[in-house]
Write a protein that binds this ligand. Structure first.
Ligand code: AP5
Length: 213
């Protein structure tokens, strides 16, 4: 399964719930890139300035990263992709990894109006240790400013600053939105209204994976 949507649409939130529900891994390209940055690898050094400006990281690097991750044993029964593919070239790379079998994919296209995206991104707080995500008002941690999972102090992501968010939204419109047409023609494409409470969105997703909410 694949989640496509603007920055802040709730892809990560819903992909994590769905992966747990189905008992398969969630593969988040953004989380993998942030891990490479934290561990100071050559890929991390290349990705950091691009992510800091809100630009996409080159397709060939992402395709290699996802190819390596999806070849691991825990992906044998399936996986949920969050944030990849993000360009038509990446979608083609993914199709090559699956021997061209695109029709088996379920693609969730999550739609949220711009004003709500900006509200979500400005209020997002993030755990730099386990990458859990919160929101100051719509999904607060139990204790203000502290991760529920490992008690690390929550921070704002560098790319959630206003000027970087504007660039990320432009990248989405120019380079990622065309994927919707690409998958509409080739895969099982499901449009999801993401502008609802998290549990309502998740109940909708569950219907599309074949189990009643
Ligand atoms: P990435 O980490 O993938 O960021 P993104 O796509 O911009 O998505 P976000 O994580 O901002 O949002 P989300 O849709 O997951 O929303 P979330 O669930 O967190 O990528 C970061 C960067 O890495 C990119 O800019 C690029 O540079 C690079 N990169 C990554 N993948 C790449 C690729 N494939 N190719 C090239 N470059 C790549 O929710 C947001 C907030 O809203 C949270 O606070 C949450 O609690 C809240 N929320 C969620 N759902 C709801 C709801 N229903 N109601 C109210 N609040 C909600």
């Amino acid at each position: 399964m694949i989640f496509v949507g603007s920055p802040g649409a709730g892809k990560g939130t819903q992909a994590a719930k769905l992966a747990e529900y189905l008992g398969v891994p969630r593969i988040s390209s953004g989380d993998m890139l942030r891990e490479t940055i934290a561990s100071g690898t050559p890929l991390g050094k290349q990705a950091e300035p691009l992510m800091g400006r809100g630009n996409l990281v080159p397709d060939n690097l992402l395709i290699a990263l996802v190819r390596e991750r999806t070849a691991q044993e825990d992906c044998a029964q399936g996986f949920v992709l969050d944030g990849f593919p993000r360009t038509v070239r990446q979608a083609e790379g993914l199709a090559e990894m699956s021997d061209g079998e695109v029709s088996d994919w379920t693609v969730f296209s999550v739609q949220v109006p711009r004003e709500e995206l900006l509200r979500r991104l400005s209020g997002r707080r993030w755990c730099p240790r386990c990458q859990a995500t919160y929101h100051v008002s719509s999904n607060p941690p139990k204790q203000d400013g502290v991760c529920d999972v490992d008690e690390t102090t929550l921070v704002q992501r560098n790319d959630d600053k206003e000027e970087v968010v504007a660039r990320r939204l432009e990248e989405y419109e120019q380079r990622t939105a065309p994927l919707i047409g690409y998958y509409r023609e080739r895969a099982d494409m499901v449009e999801i209204d993401g502008n609802r409470p998290m549990e309502m969105v998740f109940a909708d997703l569950k219907k599309h994976v074949g189990v009643a909410a």
